[in-house]
Design a protein around this ligand. Structure first.
Ligand code: C2E
Ligand code: CA
Ligand code: CA
Ligand code: CA
Length: 278
């Protein structure tokens, strides 16, 4: 066992170095991403599970860099959360999404909401609530059309957080718990917080059918959400079988490749915005 030590050590070091180098490159390149117009938003529609009507969309961030290529938000978001660049980038996302929403509303988009993913770091920042006010004001958006998707990692137990969420709720902005079921939230926390909807993580949706099917958790999550009078939405819906299951168990909204992948603004507009002036 002793002879293996140095090898393992070297292996570990190599892995660390690669990760570190990648982080540094991402951090450096992202510093100019906004100025260089490297960031864009794509929009994934959400539908009513029963009527299949469009009820909302979610803005998802995309980054294409000349040197690094296209990088998934799953890779770069954690990096910018640690370097706190997420504050600036998150602010850009909110502005861009609100600006787009305003354009589409003016072009005739009906009762449809715009959801934006919010990182815990952003929410903790003292300027977060003022910036939401500013955005609603700037784009003359009714607060009820803006939905903030937050994961359970927001340290919901802190009293300052509860205060912030209550303020947002009083403003009329909608709040959703994202990736629901993967974190630590309990039923008492759900009762205490002024949230409007639960977004079931796609890992549970994927287990509805297939060789490793397991319904127990998703069934409990939908039942819990409904009993708390929350809107229940499932992400990552890919098959008719999943849709049928979700519908029959009372899930309110669905989103996923079965209906539409995230779309560019142009694609979204062509399909969903009636009377849009291109
Ligand atoms: P998320 O918020 O849970 O978003 C769902 C992810 O699943 C998205 O990946 C979406 O493109 C993908 N997806 C949608 N439909 C399906 C489907 O039917 N099957 C499968 N397998 N996947 C589907 P994406 O766009 O790569 O984003 C990954 C994560 O990055 C997001 O997870 C979110 O946590 C984060 N993210 C994206 N944009 C932003 C942003 O503007 N701000 C922040 N803070 N985080 C963001
Ligand atoms: Ca989300
Ligand atoms: Ca998710
Ligand atoms: Ca996520």
């Amino acid at each position: 066992a002793k002879e293996q030590g140095p090898n393992n050590y070297r292996f570990f070091r190599k892995d660390m170095k690669t990760k570190f180098t990648q982080r540094v490159a991402i951090e450096q390149q992202l510093r100019h991403a906004i100025d260089n117009d490297e960031l864009t938003l794509v929009y994934q529609p959400k539908f009513d599970a029963c009527t299949c009507e469009l009820v909302g969309m979610e803005a998802l961030l995309r980054w294409h860099n000349e040197e690094l290529g296209s990088i998934s938000p799953q890779t770069f978001i954690p990096v910018v959360e640690e370097s706190r660049q997420i504050i600036e980038i998150g602010h850009w996302v909110l502005h861009k999404a609100a600006e787009q929403m305003k354009k589409w509303q003016d072009a005739g988009l009906g009762a449809v909401s715009m959801a934006v993913n919010i990182s815990a770091v952003q929410l903790h920042h003292e300027q977060f609530i003022p910036s939401i006010h500013e955005i609603l004001q700037t784009y003359q958006l009714e607060p009820k059309w803006l939905e903030l998707e937050m994961t359970e990692s927001i340290e919901i137990n802190r009293s300052s957080m509860l205060e912030k969420l209550r303020t947002l709720n009083r403003m009329g902005v909608r709040l959703a718990v994202d990736d629901f079921g993967t974190g630590y939230s309990s039923i008492s926390y759900l009762q205490k917080f002024p949230i409007n909807s639960l977004k079931i993580d796609k890992s549970f949706v994927q287990r509805i059918s297939g060789p490793h099917s397991d319904h127990s958790l998703i069934e409990a999550i939908i039942a819990m959400g409904r009993s708390l009078k929350l809107e229940v939405i499932a992400e990552g819906v890919e098959t008719e079988e999943q849709l049928a299951y979700l519908k029959s168990h009372g899930c309110h909204q669905v989103q996923g490749y079965l209906f539409a992948a995230p779309l560019t603004a142009g694609e979204f507009e062509a399909i969903y915005v009636k009377g849009a002036k291109l």
